[in-house]
Design a protein around this ligand. Structure first.
Ligand SMILES: [Zn+2]
Length: 214
């Protein structure tokens, strides 16, 4: 099945970390994501970059990544096989939100309702079309990616503005051009200190406890 997938690999020719960028996890998200991905010119200084622009090649009904059923779905199995094959040091998951889903994604009781922390905007002062939301790994890989910024879940608005695009490109280029998780985190902290601290705190809580859904 993995043969049918479009996978782009950018090698530096030097040893180093593997960064995996995944898009199109759900429905038609890939149509939005691809408009941003074409802007990138990946040229890693060390290691390699793997980009899979459309993971959900099966289509089908929406299964949330945080739902236990996700890993049992075809898309979920494919997702795990990609992780198994490339053994990434850093994963970036790209998703698309809309004005309706925004509130649930950012509200602090998400940890109790869904078992995962709320996402945090890099810039909460902007209109939501210009925000990029970020968070950590889904539940089934949280043991593998405990380090803040080793697994970055990102959400962009379906009708995103110029500022959102700029932010997303900055985040992706920070991942592409850094040679360690520490370097990625440092670059993101320099620009989004408050937001990074908040997301780091939420992640720490999340990986150290098992939250019971209410
Ligand atoms: Zn999604």
């Amino acid at each position: 099945m993995i043969k049918k997938l479009k996978i782009k690999e950018y090698k530096s020719g030097r040893t180093g970390i593997t960064r995996l960028i995944l898009g199109g996890m759900h429905g038609r998200e890939h149509e939005v994501i691809k408009k941003v991905l074409v802007i990138l010119k990946p040229n890693p200084p060390e290691g390699r970059i793997i980009i899979v622009p459309n993971v959900n090649i099966f289509g089908g009904r929406y299964v949330s990544m945080i739902n236990e059923d996700y890993i049992k779905s075809s898309a979920g199995k494919l997702y795990l096989s990609i992780l198994e094959r490339y053994k990434p040091d850093v994963v970036v998951e790209l998703h698309v939100f809309n004005s309706k889903s925004y509130k649930n994604l950012v509200s602090s009781d998400r940890i109790y309702k869904k078992g995962v922390p709320n996402l945090v905007p890099y810039r909460s002062d902007l209109p939501i079309e210009d925000q990029i939301l970020h968070g950590g790994p889904p539940p089934f890989v949280k043991e593998k990616f405990k380090e803040h910024a080793s697994y970055i879940t990102l959400e962009i608005h379906e009708k995103y503005g110029k500022k959102a695009e700029k932010t997303l490109i900055f985040i992706l280029n920070s991942v592409i051009n850094s040679n360690s998780v520490i370097e990625i985190r440092k670059k993101l902290k320099e620009r989004y200190q408050k937001s990074m601290s908040e997301a780091g705190r939420l992640l720490q809580n999340y990986v150290s406890k098992d939250f019971i859904k209410q």
